[in-house]
Design a protein around this ligand. Structure first.
Ligand code: ZN
Length: 245
């Protein structure tokens, strides 16, 4: 295949544009701003999960407290009734003994219920503090997420803008290049990732492998418009200088 030097210069630029597009695609998929956002999102999910667990535990405790309180009430009412009976003086000695015995039992029961209630209340206080902490975390992380999301969007937009410029340039180059040459270049790019490279210092610009002397002699002897391929990676070897060189 033949390609004029002017075409080869354009093809070299196309290879450079494609290399930049790959770098941009890599940057977009490895954006630190995205990683920060993802981390914050995971942290917030963790805090929200812990908040849900603490909230359920608190509801359980409140139900437990309700049961204990009504039990304490019932015991107190029973004690009051017994004391009123005792105070009325209308009980016989056998009943008196029974009432005193029951009062003793009720008092011990009340003391034990009050101990349990105290324990549960302390646990509730602890859980309520945990709930407040997790709630604050969720809120705080939510605010950080908004900021991180904006930073991520800004970084992405900046890259997208560069990418769009490079895409337009690529389309221009492809339009000016010989279709057969582009086809060959694209096929090579699909195979090895890089379609063309500049021959510099005896090395292929695509695979960076140094070509042997026989190969270099063959290249030197070839006419300027000959389309050469790297014997190592298959890339189109360009013997031209890029625009900035
Ligand atoms: Zn090569």
């Amino acid at each position: 295949m033949k390609a004029e030097v002017a075409q080869q210069i354009l093809l070299l630029e196309l290879a450079e544009v494609d290399a930049e597009l790959s770098r941009l695609a890599h940057r977009v998929s490895h954006l630190p701003e995205q990683q920060r956002f993802d981390q914050l999102q995971a942290d917030q999910r963790g805090a929200a999960d812990r908040l849900a667990v603490v909230t359920i535990a608190l509801e359980d405790l409140d139900a437990q407290i309700g049961r204990l309180e009504s039990e304490v009430d019932a015991v107190r009412q029973r004690e009051d009734r017994d004391r009123r009976l005792l105070d009325s003086g209308s009980v016989n000695p056998k009943q008196l003994e029974e009432l005193q015995h029951e009062l003793g039992t009720l008092e011990r029961r009340q003391a034990s219920l009050e101990d349990s209630l105290l324990e549960v209340m302390e646990r509730r206080e602890q859980l309520a503090a945990e709930q407040a902490t997790e709630h604050a975390s969720v809120e705080q992380l939510g605010q950080e997420l908004v900021v991180a999301g904006q930073a991520r969007d800004e970084a992405t937009a900046e890259i997208e803008q560069t990418r769009s410029g490079r895409d337009s340039r690529r389309a221009e180059l492809v339009a000016r290049l010989d279709a057969e040459l582009v086809k060959l270049y694209d096929r090579q790019r699909t195979t090895s990732g890089i379609g063309a490279g500049r021959l510099a210092g005896g090395r292929c610009g695509a695979c960076r492998i140094e070509l042997d002397r026989g190969e270099l002699a063959r290249i030197t002897a070839a006419s300027d418009d000959e389309v050469l391929r790297c014997t190592e990676c298959g890339a189109i070897l360009l013997r031209v200088h890029g625009r900035g060189e």
